[in-house]
Design a protein around this ligand. Structure first.
Ligand code: GLA
Ligand code: ZN
Length: 673
């Protein structure tokens, strides 16, 4: 990630807001940071109000002092640009900066992430501020990266956005006739006569009367989401360009949020120097869930290591229940991030605030103000370990032979689809397939529809409802050349505009899969069909395709209802490869069996054969191959390595074939000998 001579280890630190505290506390912070082995602070995330108290006044005096202080104390800086919350005077004077919500309500000053991305005022003053920051701090050699805004997100439906949407649509489709075709406007007499007829799809217009989830014209909703994501991206790029003018060698990022629907991170990552993201698993998250998010974030930038920009050292205030991270869990999650490609471990926040909504969000330094807390001791112990690890794993990459395809537009289109079932959940399906592989210790890349498939043996595309232009050909070549492809029910239905591809489902994937789907049955939650796979009966639920074989073979069939005896799992030999189709949804046991069988058939090996509570990943660079083993259970577990290895932190040597014990919630990095 931050590939620079300034960075020799996993950076360790996080969001630090000294401006919220009296200055006499700052020196104490510095002392405590040293004790905790902290070496980086993210500064200036929400300081616009302080940096620009009025339209014509800028005041950097406090930030100057902070920069001097942290530099004197040998800390590196992730420098934020403060543009995620505008100052009050700006909202009062220039109301165009305020967002309009989906229900048409124009907001007043308040909260954060509150500016309209298409407001000329916002863009003008954000640029001015960034220019001043870059100019002022460009010579600080402890700035290791720029952090633009904060968690870009949300939507706006104001008049400015509406105008800009019209020109975005015009650029994309050129003529109003083409817009009418792309959005299928002959339906319900929606024909548009002029670009001026285009309005934002919100609760006052196209999305009036729906349940807030599904929409009337998915083609319009999709384009508005793309436009909104692009509008925010333009704000990012505006700042990035200015920063690059002053500091071309300092990498630029913004913190992403994992599976966050409004922004197409696969597109965003193309413009970011490195991906960074904020990981806040809920109290009941399963260990594979953050693993998947890390892989998704890594995949956005072609597998390049990323920064863990934020995680909580203890509790998160905004979860339903602010459960404590149990002893060892902060360390375990930190290793998990590294295991999946993180080259930093950073926290929100360094000192716990005393007012407003994040006063119950934990911090390295708690309200008690001393180092005598469990959280501080754990932070400090991990800091020491990271010093021992040093630079060895920096830049190391994973070498997965399996890819799962994830696509933002597909996600939106499935969610907004009025039918076939409210139980459809794209991300949950991705999770099911990911979990089946994770628990068997197969490394996986999460890729976009733009990524090259040739390095993979197995590509899985669950519910590829929207098969974008040319993607059928990408899959076709992959399978023809010997790859194994797996897809499922509700795939290949529509094009990029959510228009159905006629001629039978799954559209352009039919020949690759050697099947034709005639009908699609949606089952309510209390009902299930079933099928028998290798002697075991499994449920068929949510969606059941009624399909016909063309060139494919059947591997299992439905047991019940009028389509009993119809195929439910098929495989088609195509070129030098194979394409599997799973015509329904089932339980975790099935996916585990099914995918293990496919993996062994296409010659993909797990990293290790061991207990399911152990998570195993591998990263490699010129220093070697690093195996990460994480024990997510409370109990001690054992595993055996097929090679000699050495523990990177303790130096303990392990011999091939000998049992290695790992305590509950422990994590190890083993370097292969
Ligand atoms: C987000 C934000 C931070 C803070 C944390 C709290 O990740 O970026 O400013 O609000 O959440 O969990
Ligand atoms: Zn707007």
């Amino acid at each position: 990630m931050v590939e620079s001579s300034k960075v020799q280890k996993i950076l360790y630190g996080g969001d630090y807001n000294p401006e919220q505290w009296p200055e006499d506390i700052w020196e104490e912070d510095m002392r405590l940071f040293k004790e905790a082995h902290i070496d980086i602070v993210t500064l200036n995330v929400f300081s616009w109000a302080q940096l620009q108290p009025s339209e014509d006044t800028y005041d950097f005096s406090k930030l100057d002092k902070i920069m001097e202080l942290v530099q004197k104390n040998g800390l590196k800086v992730c420098m934020a640009t403060s543009t995620a919350a505008h100052p009050a005077w700006m909202a009062r004077k220039y109301p165009d900066i305020l967002r309009t919500e989906k229900n048409g309500v124009k907001r007043k000053f308040g909260s954060r992430h509150n500016s309209c991305p298409n407001s000329p005022t916002y863009r003008k003053y954000a640029s001015k501020l960034v220019e001043k920051l870059a100019e002022r701090y460009k010579d600080y050699d402890n700035i290791v990266c720029w952090h633009i805004s904060n968690e870009f997100g949300g939507e706006c439906y104001c008049e400015n956005c509406e105008k800009r949407f019209r020109s975005w649509v015009k650029d994309k489709y050129k003529t109003i006739e083409e817009v009418n075709r792309a959005w299928n406007m002959a339906f319900w007499g929606h024909t548009l006569y002029d670009f001026e007829d285009i309005v934002t799809p919100d609760l006052r217009s196209e999305e009036f009367e729906w349940d807030g989830i599904r929409t009337n014209f998915q083609g319009i909703s999709l384009d508005y989401a793309r436009f909104n994501s692009d509008s925010l991206l333009e704000c990012f790029l505006l700042e990035k360009e200015i920063l690059k003018k002053y500091t071309p060698d300092i990498p630029v990022t913004t913190n992403l949020m994992g599976m966050y629907k409004p922004l197409d991170y696969q597109k965003w990552a193309e413009y970011m120097d490195f991906v960074s993201w904020d990981n806040y698993p809920t109290y009941n998250a399963k260990p594979y869930e953050p693993a998947l998010s890390h892989d998704l974030m890594r995949g956005c930038k072609n597998g390049k290591p990323f920064a863990l920009m934020e995680q909580t050292p203890g509790v998160t205030n905004w979860h339903l229940y602010c459960s404590l991270k149990r002893p060892g869990v902060m360390r375990l999650y930190s290793y998990q991030a590294m295991a999946h490609g993180a080259d930093t471990v950073m926290f929100f926040q360094m000192r716990r605030s005393i007012g407003a909504c994040e006063k119950y969000h934990s911090a390295v330094i708690d309200h008690v103000g001393t180092s005598d807390t469990r959280v501080f001791r754990e932070v400090s112990a991990l800091g020491k370990e990271l010093e021992t690890i040093g630079s060895s794993i920096l830049g190391a990459r994973s070498k997965a032979e399996i890819a799962i395809v994830f696509d933002w537009d597909n996600w939106r289109a499935i969610d907004w689809s009025a039918g076939p079932s409210r139980l459809l959940n794209y991300c949950d399906q991705i999770k099911k397939y990911y979990y089946a592989l994770w628990r068997n210790h197969y490394p996986v890349d999460i890729i976009s529809v733009k990524d090259d498939l040739s390095k993979y043996k197995l590509v899985i595309a669950p519910m590829l409802y929207m098969c974008k232009k040319g993607y059928d050909q990408t899959i076709r070549s992959f399978v023809e050349n010997g790859g194994t492809f797996v897809t499922t029910t509700f795939s290949g239905y529509v094009d990029d505009n959510d228009l159905v591809v006629t001629g039978g489902y799954p559209g352009k994937l039919k020949d690759i899969l050697g099947i034709w789907v005639e009908e699609l049955d949606a089952l309510p939650p209390e009902e299930a069909n079933s099928f028998i796979y290798k002697g075991t009966e499994y449920p068929a639920q949510v969606l059941c395709d009624v399909l016909h074989l063309r060139s494919a073979n059947e591997l299992a069939k439905y047991e019940k209802d009028f389509y009993a005896g119809a195929p439910v799992i098929t495989v088609n030999a195509f070129g030098a490869g194979k394409a599997y189709y799973f015509a329904t949804q089932s339980n975790d046991d099935f996916y585990k069996e099914f995918l293990s069988d496919i993996c062994s058939e296409c010659g993909v090996q797990p990293l290790l054969k061991c207990d399911e509570d152990l998570e195993v990943t591998e990263r490699s660079n010129s220093n070697g191959d690093f195996l990460f083993v994480l024990n997510h259970s409370q109990e001690k577990k054992e595993f055996v390595l097929p090679y000699d290895a050495c523990n990177l932190v303790t130096g303990t040597e392990y011999f091939k074939g000998k049992e290695i014990k790992i305590s509950g919630k422990d994590a190890m990095i083993l370097i292969k000998k």
